[in-house]
Design a protein around this ligand. Structure first.
Ligand code: SAM
Ligand code: SF4
Ligand code: SF4
Length: 410
């Protein structure tokens, strides 16, 4: 029998033990921690049952993981939690390690040039394999799936994967550089894609091409954004990675371009992903500065996240012209609420964007493992997770070997 008292205890534990995201001092950005627990119920054998709130307070945060127990491959008692009490909510699936751009901050041409060896077809998961794994993840509590890469739209017939994933009870989204979106938006929407995020780093032709290093024009990406909106994939989120001295002079112009359109521009702090982009802290424009620069022209105010663990911090124009987002993984680490699991192109699990290695699922899959065995493996990986790279980042850690973002999925 389930205990209502236990449920209350868990809510209290969440209040006391789960750290709030930095920046919550703004008040409007305060996290609704209860959201982590709305689906949690406590089993009679829960160690929280007979404890006072004071005793519970004294427990370490990782003990929350007992609330989401997986036994014999079945999830009992609610969300699966890692060693820091974080539930697994989002799954990012990299469908290809290839891309038709060579963005300087992601796949610099010196490294990903003609001599670079991409994965052979036999090494990458088939759509059926991806869909099967996605079903197991959803069974473990995943509520949102994002297709990414590499450039996901260079993978042939991606809409066929979308129609397989659409059968699952999870929100389905895609991140793309927009170059092939105009011609695929309708098929993706018809197959059941819910929304898209399009990356666009500048409206200025020379700046954009210097960043994508593939001579790709701005107008074509905007065409893709408009086609996506027309196909019902809006509001479109537009990601701009801001690099000091390269495109930061474009912040106000980008804000102006998307104000009042219903689309949401999000400014991303340049990160030390992978080992090839030569990241330096000096190249990072802190989100606070982005907000200051935009506010100088059009005053902004912070608003609540849509859900606990949302990556972007939301701000709205005081004059009602919509909202913008900032993703501050360098200056305001959000590891405390990080609920993302990543599945690489060749079927390895990564519990952090900055991980050095993954956990191979493809081998299990191709050796004929049951869904139950795979479920237990995924649950064990999540429950052992303690990642918090962005909280401990320094110029030194940035030099460590890390898996490339184009491989693991951004
Ligand atoms: N190719 C697609 C695209 O560009 O949207 C999807 C994959 S890309 C790796 C996913 C997101 O990661 C993009 O919005 C991209 O701008 C962002 N990204 C890549 N490298 C980054 C870096 N060093 N710092 C911050 N964001 C980065
Ligand atoms: Fe390709 Fe996206 Fe990386 Fe740019 S950010 S190189 S478009 S994967
Ligand atoms: Fe999540 Fe790792 Fe990023 Fe922290 S550094 S927010 S744990 S992916």
């Amino acid at each position: 029998m389930l205990s209502a008292v236990g449920t209350v205890f868990v809510l209290l534990v969440g209040r006391f033990l789960l750290p709030e995201r930095k920046g919550a001092e703004t008040g409007a950005n305060r996290f609704r921690l209860e959201e982590y627990f709305t689906e949690l119920t406590v089993l009679d054998e829960s160690p929280f049952r007979d404890k006072t709130v004071r005793e519970i307070e004294a427990e370490r945060a990782y003990e929350l993981s007992v609330v989401g127990v997986v036994r014999n491959g079945r999830r009992l008692g609610g969300a699966l939690a890692d060693t820091r009490g974080r539930p697994m909510r989002d799954l990012r699936i990299s469908v290809t390690d290839r891309c038709n751009f060579r963005c300087v901050y992601c796949m610099p041409r010196e490294v990903f040039g003609a001599g670079h060896k991409f994965l052979p077809h036999s090494a990458i998961l088939s759509f059926e394999e991806i869909a099967r794994l996605a079903g197991v993840f959803v069974g473990l509590g995943v509520k949102k799936i994002r297709l990414t890469g590499g450039e996901p739209l260079v993978r042939k017939d991606l809409h066929k994967l979308v129609s397989l994933l659409k059968k699952l009870p999870a929100e389905l989204t895609l991140t793309t550089n927009g170059s092939l979106l105009a011609r695929q938006a309708r098929a993706l929407a018809d197959a059941g894609l819910d929304r898209v995020t399009v990356s666009l780093d500048s409206l200025d032709e020379a700046t954009f091409q210097a960043m994508n290093d593939a001579d790709f024009p701005v107008a074509k990406v905007i065409e893709g954004i408009e086609a996506a909106a027309a196909a019902g994939l809006g509001p479109v989120k537009i990601n701009m990675v801001v690099k000091r001295g390269v495109n930061d002079h474009e912040i106000a112009a980008m804000a102006a371009r998307w104000r009042g359109t219903g689309h949401i521009i999000r400014f991303i702090e340049y990160m030390d992903v992978g080992s090839t982009n030569g990241w330096r802290m000096d190249d990072v424009i802190p989100s606070a500065e982005v907000i200051r620069r935009i506010s100088a022209a059009w005053p902004l105010e912070p608003i609540d996240p849509n859900y606990a663990g949302e990556v972007a911090e939301r701000w709205r124009y005081k004059d009602g012209a919509g909202e913008v987002g900032v993703i501050s993984s360098v200056t305001q680490a959000f590891c405390a609420t990080c609920n993302r699991m990543r599945l690489s192109t060749e079927g390895s699990l990564f519990t952090c964007l900055f991980a050095q290695s993954g956990h191979d699922l493809k081998q299990m899959l191709r050796a004929g493992a049951s869904d139950e065995a795979i479920r237990n493996e995924i649950a064990a990986v999540w429950q052992a997770r303690s990642d918090r790279y962005s909280e401990i980042r320094t110029q030194e850690t940035a030099k460590r070997p890390k898996v490339e973002m184009s491989y693991i999925g951004g």
